[in-house]
Ligand binder design. Structure first.
Ligand code: NAP
Ligand code: GLV
Length: 309
């Protein structure tokens, strides 16, 4: 018998009810009920506690209730032979487009500058910027970044994108591979990071690469905090090279109360909400993946452990 065990923190009961409706043929048990360790073949989860997977001896696959799997891949209690399947969009890409657009508009409409002026009751206009003159660079062109690049290009911004492998996206100047990164950075008035956190991308946005951004560039980090050197970012904001940042993700979450980013006048912080997991479409996608596996087929969204995403 196959049992699905769900750990979605405080939302576990909601997910169990949805799975019972979408996948009635597979019994579902949800945290905080104990997992039936010998019968649990599938898990759907987001950051369960350490040791969670160790007793699950019949595990066939783990379905991440999110797009990023860096935390799951780093776990010592999850055998590397167990496939990890992640969410493909499932309603997150539209949210990511909104978040990126927010950052782009903050730069285009000089929101940070006017907010600083407002603090000093200063009425001073800056020249306006046309969409076509604002160069946006999107790092990562997968489910999230691909949607962001496509939408911003349709909206009229001058968009370039960067991925590992070659791609074609209408209206977007697409680059790929390590040597192309510097050029993308150098032409990004707004940089939107949607890269997965992998051994190749952790620490990627270091002091030297952030300094490659043009003067007055604006940084949007909506992917993972470990890819961006936050101290270097602050220094570049302080010395006027960068104009602002919209940050959703941090190396340590929640961002500690004494972190200077909280009080930086050019930084806007959101608590890892750029694109949240939507229960209904996510449960449908996981249910489809489980059904496929039960038929002996591969589930869509299987993570390639060697790439780290
Ligand atoms: P995805 O579909 O796997 O796309 C990843 C993209 O990054 C692909 O285009 C990939 O290139 C590119 N990439 C990976 N490693 C690279 C490298 N070393 N150099 C250049 N490009 C590289 O992932 P996704 O669904 O878009 O999600 C991306 C990330 O967004 C997640 O991992 C997660 O960290 C983050 N996220 C955050 C939130 C939030 O609320 N803050 C919500 C959802 C997702 P190829 O196309 O060539 O493979
Ligand atoms: C959220 O950060 C996700 O990876 O889905």
């Amino acid at each position: 018998m196959s049992v699905l065990y769900v750990h979605a923190g405080d939302d576990s009961a909601t997910y169990r009810a949805l799975f019972a409706r979408e996948l009635p043929e597979v019994p579902c048990v949800a945290f905080p009920e104990p997992a039936p360790t010998d019968a649990t073949t599938f898990v759907a989860c987001w950051n369960p506690p350490p040791g969670f997977f160790a007793p699950l001896v019949a595990l066939r696959a783990v379905f991440a209730l999110g797009a990023g799997v860096d935390r799951l891949l780093a776990r010592a209690d999850l055998p590397s032979a167990v496939p990890i399947v992640r969410l493909l969009d499932a309603g997150m890409a539209d949210q990511m487009v909104e978040y990126a657009l927010l950052g782009v508009l903050m730069r285009q409409r000089q929101v940070v500058e006017y907010r600083v002026q407002q603090a000093g009751s200063e009425w001073r206009r800056h020249p306006s910027l046309a969409r076509a003159d604002l160069r946006v660079g999107v790092l990562g062109l997968g489910e999230m970044g691909g949607a962001v690049a496509r939408a911003l290009a349709r909206f009229g911004y001058a968009v370039a994108g960067w991925s590992r492998s070659p791609k074609a996206i209408d209206g977007v100047a697409v680059h790929h591979g390590d040597p192309a990164l510097e050029g993308v950075l150098a032409r990004s008035d707004v940089l939107v990071n949607t890269l997965p956190s992998t051994p190749a991308t952790r620490g990627l946005l270091d002091a030297a690469r952030l300094a490659r951004l043009p003067r007055d560039a604006f940084v949007v980090n909506a992917s993972r905090g470990d890819q961006l050197d936050a101290d270097a970012l602050r220094r570049l904001l302080d010395d006027g090279h960068l104009s602002g940042a919209l940050l959703d993700v941090f190396a340590v979450e929640p961002l500690p109360p004494d972190d200077p980013l909280w009080r930086h006048p050019k930084v806007t912080i959101t608590p890892h909400v750029a694109a949240t997991t939507l229960p209904q479409p996510s449960v449908r996608q996981v249910a489809d993946g489980i059904r496929r596996m039960l038929r002996g087929e591969a589930a869509a969204g299987r993570v390639d452990r060697s790439r780290g995403y």
